[in-house]
Ligand binder design. Structure first.
Ligand SMILES: Nc1ncnc2c1ncn2[C@@H]1O[C@H](COP(=O)(O)OP(=O)(O)OP(=O)(O)O)[C@@H](O)[C@H]1O
Length: 327
């Protein structure tokens, strides 16, 4: 049995299709990532799977329970850590955990044992009696994850788990997530717009854009699918460069972007000199040329012709963090 099965799931908001007939399945014990830019439909998908939003059409099963017919069973069998912080600032970490345990009717003795175990897991046991308002962003996130696990869910939903956190805290959180999966065998479904996060953490990734899944596989296979190497060239005459490169036999895939040109090919090192020679013959100047192994960013670019606009995402991150702090 799969932990999650999704068939043609669709969500429309007043005629706008936010999630467009997506299908995928997640095996037990997998870390599965929904990767895509802001507005791609990731949170909407998570909300439908966690039964907080009704789909317009399609089906989905979580831990074997139908999200339309067995909402309570679905909810009892999952833990949720969504983007917007939902901790009580005026309570301590322990009190936040205890309150959640009571909501889920975890018996007292078991509750106390589990809270201690989970706070240890996320390394917050020393700070358990401190008020949450004194916690850093990373500590809050870890506490939310610990809280989401209190009722021993089989599947944990993490919506942008490291949004707005600094790189070091993100790395730490990735370690916790891997530990959870390894030690407890919990299935994790997470959304992210960070390519490195999906690459590092996920066994499998579905790349989602404008409500559709455009590619789904292991990060390795997705990267392999676009060829051996990528050359990125920055030039003020990108269009002219495109014209002279497009018919070369060694080009596997060529993309023209706002500020650059990317070429997917095998053995890039052998062709860089040729590109430079061809350009100078035609009087085309090159500002910068670089070779790298494909990343998930290249995969996204390959399938959509666009980059995930990190700058826009970063601005949004900052706004969200400010909203969290204000709350
Ligand atoms: N309640 C709603 N009413 C109308 N449109 C909505 C609603 N919720 C989401 N949308 C729209 O659906 C699309 C998908 O949103 P969603 O939040 O699922 O994206 P996302 O991939 O999670 O991005 P983000 O990380 O920015 O939340 C967006 O265009 C969004 O504006």
């Amino acid at each position: 049995m799969f932990a999650i099965e999704v068939e043609n799931l669709t969500k429309e908001f007043d005629g706008f299709v936010a999630v467009d007939s997506i299908s995928f399945s997640i095996g037990k014990g997998e870390i599965f990532g929904l990767l895509g830019p802001n507005g791609a439909g990731k949170t909407t998908t998570m909300s439908m799977l966690s039964t907080t939003l009704k789909p317009t059409s399609g089906k989905a099963y979580v831990n074997g329970f139908d999200i339309l017919k067995n909402e309570d069973d679905v909810r009892k069998s999952i833990g949720i850590v969504f983007q917007d912080q939902s901790l009580d600032e005026e309570l301590t970490a322990y009190e936040n955990m205890d309150f959640h345990g009571r909501l889920y009717r975890v018996p007292k003795e078991e509750r106390q044992k589990k809270i201690a175990e989970l706070l240890k897991l996320v390394e917050l046991e020393d700070k358990k009696d401190n008020l949450v308002k004194t916690y850093s962003g990373g500590m809050r996130r870890r506490l939310e994850i610990a809280r989401g696990l209190l009722h021993e869910p089989d599947v944990l939903f993490l919506d942008e788990p490291t949004l707005g956190l600094d790189p070091q805290t993100r790395n730490h959180l990735w370690d916790y997530i891997e530990k959870l999966n390894g030690e407890k065998g919990i299935t994790l479904i997470l959304t992210t717009h960070y390519m490195d996060e999906a690459d590092k953490l996920c066994n499998r990734v579905a790349i989602i854009d404008r409500g559709k899944i455009i590619a789904s596989d292991t990060p390795e296979k997705l990267k392999d699918s676009i060829g051996g190497d990528v050359i990125t060239i920055h030039s003020p005459q990108r269009d002219d460069l495109y014209e002279i490169i497009k018919d070369q036999t060694w080009v596997k895939h060529l993309d023209l972007h706002d500020s650059s040109l990317t070429i997917s090919l095998q053995n890039a090192g052998q062709h860089v000199a040729e590109i430079v020679n061809l350009s100078s013959e035609k009087g085309i100047s090159i500002d910068d040329i670089s070779i790298h192994k494909p990343t998930l960013e290249d995969v996204f670019l390959h399938y959509t012709g666009r980059t995930i606009r990190e700058e826009e995402a970063n601005t949004k991150d900052r706004m969200r963090m400010m909203q969290r702090v204000r709350r």
